[in-house]
Design a protein around this ligand. Structure first.
Ligand code: NAD
Length: 356
């Protein structure tokens, strides 16, 4: 059956990098991949055209799709808008409305780019970690929240860290399933020595492990995990953690690779529907110049094929094509080093299509 893909380029470089990812999908279409792509507006571009960063039409298209390919949202132009209609609301709205509770963020360092990291090449070369972050619960969504005025006139800010057992179970299940297809090791990250919520998190993960005993499970406090990520990151295979810890640790892990333009991500819901996007933003400083690196978005297409379209072999092919262009010495400006061949956004996209 034809699979539907909602293509939402968004703002800034989103337009340019998604165009290259679409070229890759079109190439696979000519070889028989049965997909239908529909384009929609999101973010600041959507606000300019319709007055809202997430038009109903876009939301309906995303809900009806098997997968969403997103570029990025945001930019200087919309920074002074009311928070309710800022571009980022479009992205958060999609995550919430689609129930995308599992955020998969790989941190992979291609050996060809080992020099791009700020860490020593021997510490990071060949790095391949998958961070599974809970995305729709925890302190970012917990109630009550706000800022109140105390009797003495002082302001007090408060947020609530809350997780239900079922929320922990479903994210841990995702982590075990992914580990099964990789190195078969899961490290659950918490702060069980201080926070009761995460003490329960640890108990639930341990209970679930009884049915997943083929996977090696370890636990780590978040402060130690942050330290270990920069000390010896290759010890990790899959890390699973809460929304806020995952937010912080995944940025840290991403930067181990030194190349924000190389890292894809996936956000999945319980039906296996997913939204796929590069981890970087809309890069307004380089938008419209045909210099952005499209590889993170192209690698997001590979994740889409693997996790939502059940086309693992095609996902492997895209990943190999990316390695091939790196082997050929092609580099966009963000990953350029002396002796390599500097290419534009569109030249990089064309090279990946050719390598396929
Ligand atoms: P950013 O990720 O857009 O850019 C950070 C730096 O990395 C910039 O110097 C940029 O030029 C560079 N960069 C990013 N992607 C690149 C690529 N593919 N190739 C080459 N260089 C690349 O983060 P920022 O500057 O903090 O934010 C810019 C805008 O993006 C803001 O409006 C922010 O809210 C938004 N943003 C959106 C998302 C998203 O849509 N998921 C994520 C982060 C930030």
């Amino acid at each position: 059956m034809t699979k539907k893909i909602a293509v939402l380029p968004g703002d800034g470089i989103g337009q340019e990098i998604v165009a290259e990812a679409v070229k890759v999908l079109e190439k696979l279409q000519t070889e028989g991949l049965d997909i239908e792509m529909q384009h929609g507006l999101v973010g600041g571009t959507a606000y300019d055209a319709t007055g809202t960063p997430l038009p109903d039409e876009t939301l309906a298209m995303a809900k009806a799709a098997d997968a969403v390919l997103l570029g990025a949202v945001g930019g200087y132009k919309w920074e002074s808008l009311d928070i309710a209609v800022r571009p980022e609301k479009g992205l958060l709205g999609l995550r919430k409305e689609l129930g995308l509770f599992a955020n998969l963020r790989p941190a992979i360092l291609y050996p060809q780019l080992a020099d791009a990291s700020t860490l020593k090449p021997e510490i990071v070369s060949g790095l391949d970690i998958m961070i599974v972050r809970e995305l729709t619960g925890g302190i970012y969504f917990g109630q009550p929240r706000g800022v109140r005025i105390l009797e003495n006139g002082e302001r007090e800010g408060f947020n609530t860290l809350v997780y239900r057992e079922s929320e922990v179970k479903r994210i841990a299940e995702v982590a075990f399933d992914i580990a099964r297809k990789r190195g078969k090791r899961v490290c659950s990250v918490d702060k069980a020595n201080v926070l009761e919520v995460t003490e329960m998190w640890r108990d639930v993960v341990n209970e679930l492990h009884k049915d997943n005993s083929d996977i090696e499970l370890s636990h780590m406090y978040v402060d130690n995990a942050a330290m270990q990520l920069v000390r010896a990151p290759k010890q990790f295979d899959v890390m699973v953690t809460t929304n806020m810890f995952g937010d912080i640790l995944s940025d840290c892990a991403a930067m181990l690779t030194g190349s924000i333009g190389m890292l894809p991500s996936a956000s999945l819901n319980e039906k296996g529907q997913g939204m796929y996007e590069p981890i970087h933003g809309s890069a307004p400083d380089i938008a419209g110049k045909n210099v952005a690196n499209p590889l993170a978005t192209i690698l997001s297409v590979a994740m889409m094929l693997r996790y939502s379209l059940d086309e693992a072999a095609l996902a492997d092919r895209i990943e190999k094509a990316v390695e091939k262009v790196l082997d050929q010495g092609l580099r966009t400006a963000d990953i350029y080093s002396a002796g390599m061949q500097k290419v534009s956004t569109s030249e990089m996209g064309d090279a990946v299509v050719a390598a396929l």
